[in-house]
Design a protein around this ligand. Structure first.
Ligand SMILES: *Cc1c(COP(=O)(O)O)cnc(C)c1O
Length: 245
């Protein structure tokens, strides 16, 4: 996105307007989808995905009342959360939503409040050790693969209950529910319907595991129709940015 050079405070005001506009557009879409599904918008939490966006956006988001932010790469997230603390930005809840290597678990558990992408036993054990070492409790969602593409992360639906049991038995992780990313192509409806079945099974055994993290900029209406409780929305609020590499 190009913008005419100007005094920094003007640029900041402009960016604040952009973000406020994106937030209200998304909030409106959520309200309409809730009305169509007969749901109460108060059941939904909007996690604003801030990957590729600077700390200055975190400050603007906080000023605009956003608490929940999502990041998908450990190095970027870790640097950004440190910078936010150093800049006095308080009250953020950090959601780690990306595929996670086991050797990064110890880093992520130092700053993340919830990890949405728990998809294998080894990662459960590494996150549990990390949270214990950091002296924190960390929320965990079992990521379910909905497209037979394990390379994109997520456990097969048939493996979700065993993984949830492992999280539930861990020392330092709280089992909060399930998460999924809809397949890139095609109709998100059957995918989110399948996720809801898995979510119901998990909640049947662990009643506190109520979260269904589903829905992004392109498919949040379908996710709401199928019972999502947590939406992960980036570009519809913050615009798009190219990765640095
Ligand atoms: C980037 C990302 C999102 C947000 O996607 P948008 O299309 O920008 O809303 C949600 N979930 C995950 C796992 C992501 O990596």
């Amino acid at each position: 996105m190009t913008r005419k050079p100007g005094p920094p405070d003007l640029a900041r005001l402009t960016r604040r307007d952009e973000i406020a506009h994106g937030l209200s557009a998304v909030t409106e879409r959520m309200a309409r989808a809730c009305a169509a599904a007969g749901r109460d918008p108060a059941e939904l939490t909007l996690v604003v995905v801030t990957k590729l966006h600077p700390v200055s956006d975190l400050r603007l988001l906080r000023e605009l009342g956003v608490r929940d932010i999502g990041e998908n790469r450990d190095q970027e997230a870790s640097d950004k959360v440190d910078a936010a603390h150093a800049a006095g930005i308080a009250g953020l809840r950090v959601h780690f939503i990306g595929q996670l290597q086991t050797n990064k678990a110890g880093s992520v558990t130092r700053y993340a409040d919830v990890v949405h992408s728990v998809d294998r036993p080894k990662l459960v054990r590494a996150l549990d050790r990390g949270a214990l070492a950091a002296g924190r409790r960390v929320g965990a969602l079992v990521q379910v693969s909905l497209d037979e593409r394990p390379d994109r992360g997520g456990a097969a639906p048939s493996a979700a209950l065993d993984l949830a049991a492992l999280v539930a038995r861990s020392q330092s992780l709280d089992l909060l529910g399930v998460m999924a990313v809809a397949p890139h192509h095609g109709d998100p409806d059957p995918a989110f319907a399948r996720l809801r079945e898995v979510a119901d099974e998990v909640r049947g055994q662990w009643p506190a595991a109520t979260w269904v993290s589903a829905g992004m900029s392109a498919d949040l209406e379908a996710a709401i129709a199928h019972g999502a409780t947590h939406l992960r929305v980036g570009s519809a609020i913050l615009g798009t940015r190219q990765p640095l590499r």
